[in-house]
Design a protein around this ligand. Structure first.
Ligand code: 1GP
Length: 238
């Protein structure tokens, strides 16, 4: 079970692959690099330009190159491939649009009930600067150090029954969220907390793990600086 593996620290590093991105060089080369670096799973998703076809092609390609689990990270119900191992069934709780909180989930629920994919309900919280996901998801951004607002959302998420919380600064963010926010939340909730967006060096990744994150997600660094990715993965996996 992927959720159990995340919860018990067996999937500390996840890599985001965006099907829309025109990866410089070969996607195969990037996948090999990520696999060798020791990532524990691949998230497939993007805020714009994903559809069933490019998500499915990407999932199949990843599966040809690695045995690591492939987990969908969809921005809308059309970005679902039944060939993945699991799906983060995201509710963007601080969105001002009901579509991102529950509307899109309703549109995909009947399909997901019929699949063998593991469905993991995730409270998705987007922090400043938010980047594309903040804009597309109409997020009322949480300040990067605003632990009180984050904790209120995280407590609500746990009480409602979400299985995990994903705290996100947005892919490509210049700065990650404040590790103190991660600490305040993980000290108070029992569900696993995943952190992503703007994590580009081993020190930041380490501070997130020390703050109690169950998994960290990187995307940009794997494309830009493979040596740093290796360093991040080594550091957080000890
Ligand atoms: C976004 O956490 C991911 O959800 C990836 O962010 O591209 O900034 O690493 P980066």
């Amino acid at each position: 079970m992927i959720l159990e593996n995340i919860k018990y620290g067996r999937m500390r590093h996840l890599t985001l692959i965006d099907p829309e991105k025109n990866y410089s060089g070969d996607i195969e080369e990037i996948l090999d690099r990520i696999d060798k670096a020791g990532t524990d799973g691949i998230l497939v998703g993007g805020s714009t330009g994903t559809n069933q076809t490019n998500v499915d092609i990407t999932v199949r390609k990843i599966k040809e190159h690695t045995k690591k689990p492939v987990i969908l990270f969809p921005s809308h119900p059309g970005a679902v491939s039944l060939n993945a191992d699991a799906i983060l069934y995201l509710s963007l709780l601080n969105s001002e649009s009901l579509d991102y909180v529950i509307g899109y989930q309703v549109l995909s629920s009947r399909l997901l009930k019929k699949t063998r994919m593991e469905v993991i309900s995730v409270a998705y919280l987007v922090f400043e600067p938010g980047m594309t996901v903040g804009r597309v998801g109409k997020a009322k951004l949480i300040g990067r150090s605003d632990w009180e607002t984050a904790l209120s959302y995280a407590n609500a998420a746990e009480l409602i029954g979400f299985q995990a919380i994903y705290m996100e600064a947005g892919s490509g963010a210049a700065q990650s969220i404040d590790p103190d926010v991660v600490r305040k939340v993980t000290e108070d909730v029992t569900v696993p907390v995943i952190v992503g967006g703007g994590i580009r060096d081993a020190d930041t990744a380490k501070s997130m793990m020390e703050a109690g994150a169950a998994s960290i997600v990187t995307g940009t660094i794997g494309e830009q600086d493979p040596a740093k990715l290796v360093e991040i993965v080594r550091t957080i996996k000890g």
